[in-house]
Design a protein around this ligand. Sequence first.
Ligand code: GLA
Length: 401
Amino acid sequence: MRLSVTTAIAALALLSFAPAPQAQSPSSQVALTPPMGWNSWNYFAAKVDDKGVRAAADQIVSTGMKDAGYIYVNIDDTWEAERDASGVLHTNSKFPDMKALADYVHSKGLKLGIYSGPGNKTCAGYAASLGHEEQDAKMYAEWGIDYLKYDLCSFRQDVMAAQAPNDKAAQMKLMIAAYEKMGKALKATGRPIVYSLCQYGWDSVWEWAPALGGNLWRTTGDISPNWNSMYTILSQQEGLQSYAGPGHWNDPDMLEVGNGRLSLAENRTHFSMWAMLAAPLLAGNDLPNMKPEIKAILTNKEVIAIDQDKLGKQASRVYSEGEVDLWMRHLAGGAAAVAVLNAGSERYSTHPFHLDLTKLGLHGTQKGKDLWAGKDVTLTQGMPIELASHDILLVKIDSPK
Ligand code: GLA
């Protein structure tokens, strides 16, 4: 289900809440760099099944994605059947044996993720975890689950609206308590399980999620495979950079690389910018039918290394000129990455764009590497840069001056 959250965000943004104190995440032994893997939702949605997940795991290995760092194979919504008299949630016929599937995925050296939510129902209307949090967490651990995406969905009606109608502050407390409950339940299993909060970036989730064990949290509504969706989400990440770090990441949603109507330049820009943002890199495409040029984007190791940089410092947009955006990220060892992005609808929208290194805090000629051309590049003050529409220049500078 694609959620429309704009109105609710606007309403909640008007309220001022005291943020929970920042604390080290109890699960910080996982996700020390942004999680990488694949998730079923963006391409397969309700069509995901055991066979498709096994095929995705096989492809992650055979395409070299595993070697490039993709480890989590995440089942999203629609695996669930009903609970039995003892409250045990069963899988539906698409997933005959979740433990066997976990064993298979693990046998490939990969990890398995699953999906639920704090309400009665998931976004697609399947059974979720309300009132069964400990029981579900225990079952996940017994299956060998390594990652949980916990999606708000019906909790808004089931609990927030039902228990605290018209009281946004009380509703927020209920929501935080629900996420905390599952965080504790996961921790109590003793199994390292990445905890991914999905509540669309409401209520400054970045301020309170780490303290309750959240390793990542969605910062926006759902992404779609088109430029406007991707670029709007990208623009909404500005200002959140201080909340990202080892063990706790802003999540601008899963990758749409290879999906929908994104051009090659747009796919490159999407992937580059998620790397600049230290975002989780969860591919969401049809892996068995992936085109070589999409594989080349998803497995560009130097771009992935930007994402996975151990400092975990998310990029900021340093300046924009016309339709060109300049983002910069500081990397371990004093290195830096600079992205020049043409958000305009034509090549000439970058004219007359001249790079201003001083605005980036850089002085004089900079020697770097263009990570898409795979070539050395020299950046000079005032140099003209011409980019195709929606394309990007991504440069790593080892010794910025
Ligand atoms: C919500 C989430 C999506 C996906 C669907 C599944 O819309 O934001 O990422 O998990 O639910 O129903």
